[in-house]
Write a new protein. Sequence first.
Length: 260
Amino acid sequence: MQLRDKVAYVTGAASGIGKAIALRYAREGAKIAIADLNIDAAEAAAAEIRHAGGQAIGVAVDVTDEVQVDVSVAATVQAFGTVDILVSNAGIQIVHPVEDFTYAEWKKLLAIHLDGAFLTTRACIKQMKKAGNGGSIIYMGSVHSKEASVLKAPYVTAKHGLIGLAKTVAKEGGPHGIRANVICPGFVRTPLVDKQIPEQAQALGLSEADVIKKVMLKETVDGEFTTVADVAEVALLFAGFQSNALTGQSLIVSHGWNMQ
Ligand code: NAD
């Protein structure tokens, strides 16, 4: 077991990619805080882990709320003693041409992705430094951390921003054995993507099948979606790595979309 007795605080872990990471970490022996806006689904995911013999709690959090983030990280420490791994994963998508975004939509998207990453980092890194056992901070970026697509101005902006945050945290955390990295998935079939297929079809004047084939998977080597299991394996690599040799990096997992 690669993460035996490690404690992981995973945001957005009630659904999709975050949930798959939480379940994967639990199978490797980690104790998990499922931190999500949707507390019922968070409790259900935590119960799923416990039924499989693992340890997990559901904690309610809006990652854009300073107090809720601090309280939910404190609840995790109270339950499990510390936090060794942060996965800052909670996210949403809103698609429009740039001129059609309301200021409120722009700010909401940046707040969830960037303010959420900052607030959870601040709360967890304090605890990691206090405990003195190092740590791993993982941000959920995207291929959109590296390149742009139409209709996604705030998302692309936020996902690029996470790379800057990760590099800074990697430098500040290095002397304490705290690493920071970014995972950059291609398209993964989760509720976040299922919602945008009809929206993009309407905005681009394409069928839904063509949005998948000609927009989402066009640049992949094999026309395949990335899976939540693929992303969870990369999250395990970053969480379980044993030294500062792997820090400040961003790794694309996308069936070859955007090769570097
Ligand atoms: P999802 O919709 O399945 O899950 C997102 C989770 O985040 C939900 O459980 C939701 O309740 C939670 N959440 C939303 N706002 C929150 C808030 N303010 N506070 C706390 N929790 C909140 O989406 P997903 O596809 O699993 O996305 C997870 C992450 O992966 C996001 O950051 C997304 O940008 C990123 N990502 C997704 C894909 C993809 O194709 N699905 C690709 C690249 C990156």
